[in-house]
Design a protein around this ligand. Structure first.
Ligand SMILES: Cc1cc2nc3c(=O)[nH]c(=O)nc-3n(C[C@H](O)[C@H](O)[C@H](O)COP(=O)(O)OP(=O)(O)OC[C@H]3O[C@@H](n4cnc5c(N)ncnc54)[C@H](O)[C@@H]3O)c2cc1C
Ligand code: FES
Length: 1346
């Protein structure tokens, strides 16, 4: 949070900003408050920190400080915000773990609407509400209260009150104007920063350094320097020039100084709405609406209007509006040119020749130079003479029109000119204005296409007098559709204009199929859709004002087409079974206790790898990676890099003393590529230097020459070129081929699903600490797999494993991405540390991480299914293809899980499925939550939908009819016992009120043509165990100290999923000591050896049993002591045991019994048991833009007896939202040459706060027990992820309705993720028809489906 003193009204303003984009020089005179400044464990947490921790809003904790500071800043400005204010405050924050619901739930206690009575509040007067809750109470079938059910995961009454008197004060020494009045110069290593405080100083500087960048928010320049490698030797901060900060309302409109921030513009325009007549502010309303979707608060608080204009991005959100409005810029330079009137001045040449000093009248009518006692001016003024003046600062006004943008990132503003202000005109009585934007994600995303549209009618008519149509995202600049604008003049605002306009826009906005950015047909369709929305909006206005004038009335079913989605504040319920009243208070098992690190995470005190203090002589490492997808390495030249400041060395394969090859299953991967690269992002070498910045700069200067080789990027390429890893497996049960010939129906289909970037908030990081003795080395790594890190580093260094220790305190998220791929970073760090015998550190930047580390496997499937006329599935035959990338990594195991899950939750008596592993030239794909399961299940669900469409039965009926039941055999012949699937289904049907809502959806769809709703209910069954039998083992080490405290270690790592918290709960119950006595410090290879990766959802099961056994051993040893002194305390017993020389430390070990599967014979059990769940989601789509909103989701999940309901519900919600990203949002864009475009949050969109279901209800199935895991619990990490398919199929259901209105019935394919492009283009209509997709092969696409 930044705080600034404003002497004009003696007030302090607070605002949030992105630290990574805020230059230190720009902080002069401001107070900076970080999360550490508002509270701490020692001095007490701030209420914001406390509430996020206690409401379970912090899992891995890496996002938590940012979210805390957004909330804190909001409260500093507005101690009682509304729910909407609160949700809006997080537009610029991301969390990959929680699914956001718990954060909002904790913070809603600060809002105006919050009542301590919760759902029982008198304002919630309606009876039957949601999710089976009546006024927040759970009722049984007979309406009686059910015992033992709770809906509270935390207790708000325990929260500290918010007391603003306790907030840190603004430093009194900063309460002065003097810091703002100082002109400053900062000189840095690569650039000089000037901060002038007057306009003349600014234009002098700009005249001296015409290439200098003016900086206000730095949100554009900062990104260019950091990510585009731009160098700006001179930067001029124009933040403190008064003229550039003025806001002036006048008769023609409002004039904003160029440095006025977007937040200030938003606030000012909203005030003007109150004062001015409705018609005058129509353009301003479009600006405010656009700003709602423009970045997040952190950006809008600092970014200025001129920055957006001058950056001239083709997808700027404001420029289309400014062009359509004809906004006026006032620019100034030092240039000597004539200011007004004709250049044929009589006097000026004389004055110039004489070097006369001239008093001039400036535009603002004040004396510009020298003394006010002018001799000539009074005469000239009296005579009304027209004067040509030479301006000291040449000032001119530029109308933003079709001539404003001169080329890519070029405007009519000259290099030595400074924009002083922009004037936004009022709209007139007969003038209408609309602003439109479609992005991949609604909040905080850049536009795919945006638009500003204005029409002016002849007075009191619907005849177009003027028309302005400006579009972003359709060319290299913001463009105006000039022909369409001209053609529209004189036309009546009637229906026939729509189709004509569509034709004109096609001509005005040509976009070739392979245009940069891709999605050409979609982008062209959007332009027409935007106009159509505008047409409807204006027509509805005209219709209400001049009913007789309008011939083509807007049908009522079209009315909902115009508004954009604006969500209501979220609501949610969480229902779980309470512990039995007889359970001792000290026994934490089954209680929703908070993640044990959550307070530290909220206060910023939790330590991640890169938070560790620097070691002496430490060096930083930056990786040098391949820029080619497939090529021979001809030469590596690091000479330039080695000359750069701070650089110590370049390391490569020659520096690996041991083995340069590795691989989890097959050693097919080089640590450092030596002769050939097989993907972009493959590690070739590394630069080590004194700082991270020096290492990164030098790494970019290592020159590598390549000889290109043929590349294979997509699954389709691999199939065409027969490029597969040789391990392909088949599961076959029964005889599908024979059954097809007897089935009522047999159909064929395909399923296509994209990959997914892990986007853990903490990127890969390792510190290697050589011990300089016996080859020992200690590694601090952000890894889910300490043992593999230890083993691979030992092999690379040529030492035994007992010399290498890998330690993991916590990770800022993993999700499978740190199961094997962390080695790619750890080994180079270890090799460099070994070579130089100094500590070496590396934490990847986001773009580096995304390019290097691989993703979820994209999948493609072809299937054939035979079924009865009622919809009962008889047989399935399926080939699955996954895009594995350049090395095998875990791809074979991922495919196995897909094979095991391709029937999802359905009994299919005859089934053959084969998996093919496509070998391609993209970075090796790897484990990701679900591990192939979701991709397999997606085949089954796609099939169910196709079957339902074929026989015209609702999909939920086909699903229900085929659901597994108790004792059914899967296609791999595992018998399902304690199968709760149908219970989950039934409960979800009831809680979601599916049948009634299905009818409501149908009614809505019959009444709305351009907005459609869909609803879908989808089950999941997830097999729990590693499919590789040997991994199903775990160890624990327990040490009881003489004071009774317990130090526990086990094989699992903490990545936010709450594993350590659950393990302490298990230990606490077993030992019968309070959880507060038990501590887990870290996971390390020198305490528990040979651990399996923390993965496959079974870490609580495996480690939990090992912990339980270890605790039982200790208890057995204490038994005689306890018998002797049964009333003694734990501490008494421990002391006595020590005195009796009883060992107080022990290990525990567990291996899962009765598992192991044989593909050859299709026998044995691959899984220990199954987790079940069902979700129902309802979605609304905008058929014209492809936008969507999840209206409601209900989940019923079987977690057995929950060890910790808060953690389990957190996993369900977090997994669901991550899966929602997979199904609906997260599109990887890779060029046909294997270049990854989506390498950061700017263009790869994970779900944000605004994407969660507006209503989100989660219930844990009651009365489920599981004999096969610790204390009857069930695994929960991965199983819920696939439930997000309910959103995808609900969207598909909505699309079906739109297609049906357009006369298209029958089955259609929809690729996942169902992005706006895919939704829009699937809703075929008269507009999409105008833009048929070009034939594949006739052009080079900009990005390809992997
Ligand atoms: C996370 C993120 C999200 C974003 N989201 C969006 C979005 O949704 N929509 C969108 O349109 N943009 C978006 N942007 C882009 C950016 O925020 C805007 O373009 C912003 O308005 C730039 O303003 P600034 O003050 O930060 O510019 P700066 O980076 O400070 O400057 C940008 C350019 O403007 C020039 N300039 C600044 N002032 C003047 C002046 N007075 N006269 C002449 N030249 C001047 C500078 O020389 C420089 O070339 C986003 C950026 C980020 C980092
Ligand atoms: S808790 Fe938010 S990213 Fe992990």
């Amino acid at each position: 949070m930044l705080s600034k003193y404003d002497p004009s009204n003696n007030s302090v303003s607070h605002f949030s900003a992105n630290a990574c984009l805020a230059p230190l020089c720009s902080m002069h005179g401001m107070a900076v408050t970080t999360v550490e400044g508002i509270g701490s464990i020692k001095n007490g947490l701030h209420p914001v920190q406390e509430r996020i921790a206690k409401s379970h809003g912090s899992q891995c904790g890496f996002c938590t400080p940012g979210i805390v500071m957004s909330m804190y800043t909001l409260l500093r400005n507005n101690p009682k915000p509304t729910r909407s204010d609160m949700e809006s405050a997080f537009e610029g924050n991301l969390c990959r773990c929680t699914g956001y619901r718990p954060i909002l739930d904790g913070f809603k206690t600060f809002t105006k609407e919050y009542c301590a009575m919760g759902e029982k509040c008198c304002r919630n007067s309606t009876s039957a509400t949601t999710n089976g809750l009546v006024n927040g109470q759970v009722n049984g079938e007979d309406g009686a209260m059910q015992n033992g059910i709770s809906t509270e995961l935390f207790t708000p009454s325990e929260f500290l009150p918010l007391d603003s008197t306790q907030d840190p004060i603004f430093p009194p020494e900063l309460k002065t104007h003097q810091f703002d009045q100082q002109s400053l110069i900062f000189k840095g290593e690569r650039s000089t920063w000037y901060r002038p405080t007057t306009l003349s100083e600014l234009i002098d500087l700009k005249s001296t350094y015409p290439d200098a960048k003016l900086v206000v928010g730095n949100t554009e320049i900062g990104v260019e320097i950091k990510l585009k490698n731009m160098k700006y030797p001179v930067m001029i901060a124009s933040t403190h020039v008064p003229e550039l900060n003025q806001i002036r309302c006048h008769n023609d409109g409002v004039t904003f100084g160029a440095s006025v921030t977007l937040t200030q513009i938003d606030e000012t325009l909203k005030q003007i709405f109150q004062k001015e007549e409705e018609y005058k502010v129509r353009m301003y309303k479009a600006v405010v609406e656009m700003l709602r979707w423009f970045a997040g608060h952190q950006i809008r608080n600092v970014a200025a209007v001129a920055g957006n204009i001058i950056t001239a991005s083709p997808i700027s959100d404001l420029n289309p509006l400014f062009l359509a409005a004809g906004a006026k810029l006032n620019v100034i330079s030092k240039g000597n040119y004539y200011h007004t009137a004709s250049p044929i001045s009589d006097l000026n040449p004389l004055f110039l020749a004489a070097g006369a000093k001239l008093n001039v009248i400036s535009k603002g009518n004040y004396y510009h130079t020298a003394s006010p006692i002018s001799d000539l001016n009074p005469l000239f003024l009296a005579a009304g003479a027209k004067l040509n003046v030479i301006s000291k600062g040449g000032e001119r006004s530029i109308v933003m029109d079709d001539n404003f943008f001169l080329g890519y990132r070029k405007t009519a503003v000259k290099p030595d000119e400074v924009v002083v202000s922009i004037t936004l005109p009022f709209t007139q009585q007969d003038e209408y204005f609309g602003g439109y934007k479609q992005a991949n994600r609604r909040e905080d995303d850049i536009a795919i296409v945006n638009s500003g549209i204005r029409v002016l009618f002849e007075p009191n008519s619907n005849v177009v007098k003027e028309m302005a149509l400006a579009f972003g995202g359709m060319a290299i600049t913001t463009v105006m559709a000039t022909k369409a604008m001209k053609n529209a003049i004189g036309r009546n605002w009637e229906e026939d204009l729509i189709q004509d306009m569509a034709g004109w826009l096609v001509e005005d906005l040509p976009l070739p199929s392979g245009a940069p950015g891709g999605m050409a047909a979609f982008r062209k369709t959007l332009c027409t859709s935007f106009f159509f929305k505008f047409y409807l909006m204006v027509q509805l206005e005209l219709q209400s004002k001049h009913p007789c004038m309008v011939k083509s009335k807007v049908p009522s079913s079209y009315k909902s087409a115009t508004p954009t989605f604006h969500r209501e504040p979220s609501k949610s319920t969480q229902v779980y079974e309470e512990v039995a009243p007889s359970q001792p208070d000290l026994d934490p098992l089954g209680r929703p206790i908070s993640h044990l690190s959550s307070s530290k995470q909220a206060s910023g005190e939790a330590i991640y790898v890169d938070d560790m203090p620097r070691f002496e002589n430490e060096l930083h490492l930056a990786l040098v990676t391949s820029s080619k997808a497939h090529a021979k390495i001809v030469n590596i030249d690091a000479s330039e890099a080695l000359k750069m400041p701070g650089v110590v060395d370049f390391v490569c394969h020659k520096d690996v003393p041991g083995e340069n090859h590795w691989g989890s299953v097959m050693p097919d991967e080089e640590m450092f590529a030596s002769k050939e690269v097989t993907c972009q992002g493959q590690v070739i070498g590394a630069v080590i230097a004194d700082t991270q910045v020096h290492a990164q700069r030098a790494a970019k200067c290592v020159n590598i020459q390549y000889e290109p080789l043929e590349q294979i990027i997509t699954i389709q390429d691999a199939i065409a070129k027969n490029s597969f890893y040789s391990i392909s497996k088949t599961i076959k049960k029964g005889d599908p081929a024979a059954v097809f010939s007897k089935a009522d129906h047999v159909i064929e289909g395909e399923m296509s699903m994209g990959g997914q970037e892990h986007f853990y908030l903490e990127t890969h990081a390792t510190i290697a600490l050589p011990k300089n003795e016996d080859g020992e080395m200690e590694l601090f790594a952000s890894t889910q797999n300490p043992t593999e890190t230890q083993m691979v580093v030992a092999e690379a260094l040529g030492v035994d494993c007992n010399k290498i220790v890998c330690r993991v305190k916590r990770m800022g998220g993993g999700f499978g991405g740190k199961e094997t791929r962390s080695v790619v970073i750890s080994v180079p760090v270890a090799v460099a540390a070994n070579k130089h015998k100094v500590p070496v550190r590396c934490m990847l930047d986001r773009d580096e991480d995304m390019v290097i580390s691989g993703t979820r496997h994209p999948f493609f499937a072809k299937y054939k299914v035979g079924f009865t006329k009622e919809g009962k599935i008889l047989a399935m035959d399926c080939d699955l293809y996954s895009n594995c990338g350049n090395t095998l990594d875990l791809s074979a195991a991922v495919m196995e899980r897909a094979l095991f899950h391709c029937e999802n939750a359905y009994l299919i008596p005859n089934l053959r499925v084969t998996g093919f592993l496509c070998k391609t030239n993209i970075p090796s794909n790897t484990a990701f939550r679900g591990f192939g399961g979701p991709q397999g299940m997606m085949v089954a669900e796609t099939m169910m939908e196709q079957v339902a469409t074929m026989i015209n039965i609702p999909p939920h009926q086909v699903r229900e009819m085929n659901l597994y039941k108790e004792n059914d055999l899967t296609h791999y012949n595992q018998c399902l016992t304690d199968c709760n699937l149908r219970r989950c289904w039934q409960e979800c049907m009831e809680k979601s009120n599916y049948s009634a809502r299905r009818k409501d959806v149908d009614i809505f769809n019959s009444e709305n043509r351009w907005k459609k709703r869909g609803i879908s209910i989808v089950p999941t069954k997830f097999g729990i165990s590693y499919t590789l039998k040997l991994l199903n083992q775990a160890g624990a080490l327990i040490m009881v100290y003489r004071d009774g405290s317990v130090l526990l270690t086990h094989g699992g790592t903490e990545m936010g999923q709450g594993l350590h918290t659950k393990m302490i709960q298990v230990a606490s119950r077993t030992l019968k000591v309070p959880a507060s006595k038990i501590h887990i410090s870290e996971t390390s290879t020198n305490t528990v050896p040979n651990t399996s990766a923390t993965a496959a959802s079974c870490s609580s099961d495996l480690n939990g049993m090992a912990v339980m056994y270890a605790c039982q051993t200790i208890l057995q040893r204490l038994e005689p002591i306890i018998r002797e002194n049964p009333k003694g305390s734990w501490e008494d017993w421990v002391k006595a045991a020590y005195a009796a020389r009883i060992s107080l430390s022990t290990t525990g070990f567990y291996k899962t019994p009765d598992i192991g599967y044989n593909f050859e014979t299709n026998t044995g059990n691959p899984f220990n048991y199954f987790s079940y769940g069902v979700a129902c989601s309802e979605v609304e789509i905008d058929c014209l833009t492809g936008d969507h909103q999840v209206l409601r989701t209900d989940i019923v999940m079987d977690v057995g007896v929950s060890i910790n309901p808060a953690i389990d519900i957190g996993q369900i919600e977090g997994g669901f939202i991550q899966g929602y990203g997979l199904m609906m949002l997260e599109l990887q864009k890779v060029s046909p040459d294997g270049f990854l475009f989506t390498r950061g949050p700017g263009n790869y969109k994970i779900p944000g706060f605004g994407d969660i279901p507006v209503e989100f209800n989660v219930s844990l199935l009651k009365g489920s027990v599981n004999k096969r895991a610790v204390y009857s619990s069930k695994a929960i990490g991965e199983p819920p992820l696939f439930l997000s398919a309910s959103v995808y199929f609900a969207a598909k259901d909505a699309i079906s309705s739109a297609r049906s209105d357009a006369g298209l019935d029958g089955y259609f394919q929809l690729k996942s993720p169902a992005t706006p492009e895919r939704i829009r283009m699937a809703c075929q209509d008269q507009f999409t028809e105008l833009f048929p997709d070009a034939e594949p092969g006739t052009y080079k696409p900009w990005f390809v489906q992997l």
